[in-house]
Design a protein around this ligand. Structure first.
Ligand SMILES: Nc1ncnc2c1ncn2[C@@H]1O[C@H](COP(=O)(O)OP(=O)(O)OP(=O)(O)O)[C@@H](O)[C@H]1O
Ligand SMILES: [Mg+2]
Length: 244
């Protein structure tokens, strides 16, 4: 099994001193809602912001691992970061412990759709649950069980509205209302639209912020990342600069 290696000393990013590992699981029973895309882009953004970030790919489809293989071919980015490791869902605890021992700041767990057996345990070992869904009503219906798991274990969590049509604000608003008013569940502070840059970047083993740094997609990921860091109570680089 490939393990989470420590970063070579002197190489950025460096671990934030005395910060325990933060585990963010990206979960949804429904397939294709953007679990891998959100995991990959948030981990890439975390590296850009100076954190030691990893992705634990628990999906037998190995989407994040395949993305990392593609990334290795890139000549424009440091493909050694974020570190991506695969594990069977039954071995996720060991992989978390390894990332913790190797001084990682944040670990994004990309989970498979329908991960019913392991889902409860994964939630238990997570500090935060992100639940991506499209604004479609069937997709919102399909994340009910994941929202329930997070609620039952009183884990901080939020739904990420993904693949929203930027020209259909009413659909997005009505999805947000359904989640917050009907399901009493928090929504991430940034909505992610359906943008070709996500698919193009995924194919090349890049984050959108690397593939198209001035794109709306990159702006949305930066917004989602900053919102998440604040919700996790972790300081972002911008905040650090402001308080320096
Ligand atoms: N915001 C977005 N805009 C455009 N395309 C997107 C967006 N988010 C994801 N995609 C595309 O949608 C497809 C499914 O995304 P992804 O693989 O991230 O979903 P998933 O939930 O991990 O799927 P699975 O359940 O199969 O693991 C991919 O082709 C991806 O590039
Ligand atoms: Mg996936």
């Amino acid at each position: 099994m490939r393990v989470f290696p420590p970063y070579p000393s002197g190489q950025t990013p460096t671990a934030t001193p005395n910060q325990p590992l933060v585990v963010v699981s990206v979960m949804a029973r429904k397939g294709g809602t953007g679990k891998s895309t959100i995991s990959i882009n948030l981990a890439t953004e975390a590296v850009k912001n100076g954190l030691k970030a990893g992705i634990l790919d628990l999906d037998p489809q190995a989407t994040a691992e395949n993305w990392a293989d593609e990334r290795e071919k890139s000549e424009t980015v440091d493909s050694s970061q974020p570190v991506v490791r695969g594990a069977k869902p039954s071995r996720f605890e060991m992989a978390i412990a390894e990332a913790d021992n190797s001084g990682y700041d944040v670990l994004f767990i990309d989970t498979p759709a329908n991960s019913t057996h392991a889902a409860t345990d994964i939630v238990k070992h997570s500090d935060y649950i992100l639940i991506p869904t499209t604004p479609g009503s069937f997709d919102i219906e399909a994340i009910k069980q994941t929202m329930r798991l997070a609620k039952e274990q009183e884990k901080p969590a939020a739904v990420v509205l993904n693949k929203c049509r930027h020209n259909a604000p009413i659909q997005t608003k009505s999805a947000a209302k359904k989640i917050s008013k009907d399901h009493h569940f928090p929504i991430a502070g940034e909505i992610i639209c359906n943008r070709k840059a996500f698919d193009d970047a995924n194919e090349k083993g890049l984050g959108v912020q690397e593939y198209a740094p001035r794109s709306k997609a990159a702006e949305e990921i930066a917004g989602l990342y900053n919102w998440l860091m604040i919700d996790l109570g972790l300081e972002t680089e911008q905040e650090a600069a402001l308080t320096a």
